[in-house]
Design a protein around this ligand. Structure first.
Ligand code: SAM
Length: 210
């Protein structure tokens, strides 16, 4: 796969800056440029990233999908934790983040694409089902119909036994929101993040409006 971006590594739409500087710098610039579709000014801490993976039964997990990988803090933990026979599909819409992710994880499947197309992305790889979908997407900032469609899509590829995990920088605030989509939702606080964050663990897709 060819990484996106120019020869010098600068994206044409980004102002010049230390392209190889810390991940937070790229994240901050993206946040300032795109606001709601990024919704976070700094990458997740390793504590929050590890919490996203806590309790996954790697002996049974044959496919894990990550949505909205950004600069890759969760991807880093995922790549470390997953055994070689677990297929990882990393989906990120932003070409500059994809370029960075491909540099960091050259042997992994980094898909420059839209989470709304997750079913097609998996079909292209002949993957029928995912065991876990872990999301760094800023779902609450999306228009309701986009959020509905991404969660419906994730639930479809997960099947009835799969688990959807969602990272947040707004602890507890969206518990009610995720309970409108899933029967079983729990939350784990992770104070060691800037700002403090957490993870929603969601099972049993059952949208309230259905
Ligand atoms: C808050 S950042 C999370 C980054 C990283 N997971 C972390 O924890 O630091 C959200 C990411 O979702 C990506 N994103 C937003 N909408 C997307 C979509 N529809 N499909 C795929 N990625 C998307 C953004 O480009 C951004 O990288």
């Amino acid at each position: 796969m060819t990484p996106a971006g120019g020869e010098n590594g600068h994206s044409p739409e980004l102002p010049p800056g230390p392209r190889r500087g810390p991940d937070w710098w790229l994240m901050l610039r993206k946040f300032l440029a795109h606001g709601r579709s990024i919704a976070s000014f700094s990458p997740s801490s390793r504590f929050l990233s590890r919490s996203m993976l806590r309790g996954i039964d790697w002996a049974r997990a044959k496919c894990v999908v990550e949505l909205g990988a950004g600069t890759g803090p969760v991807t880093k933990e995922l790549v470390r934790a997953a055994p070689p026979d677990t297929k990882l599909v990393i989906v990120e819409r932003d070409p500059d983040f994809c370029q960075l992710l491909r540099t960091k994880f050259p042997t992994h499947d980094i898909v420059e694409g839209d989470a709304c197309r997750l079913d097609e992305i998996l079909a292209e790889r002949k993957i029928a089902k995912a065991d876990h979908v872990i999301s760094g997407l800023p779902l609450p900032s999306f228009p309701a119909e986009v959020r509905d469609s991404i969660i419906r899509m994730a639930a479809r590829v997960l099947g009835p036994d799969g688990e959807f995990r969602q990272i947040t920088n707004m602890p507890w605030v969206y518990l009610k929101l995720y309970r409108t989509y899933f029967r079983d939702v729990s939350f784990r606080l992770v104070p060691l993040n800037l700002p403090p964050g957490g993870v929603y663990f969601c099972r049993g897709y059952e949208p309230a409006a259905a």
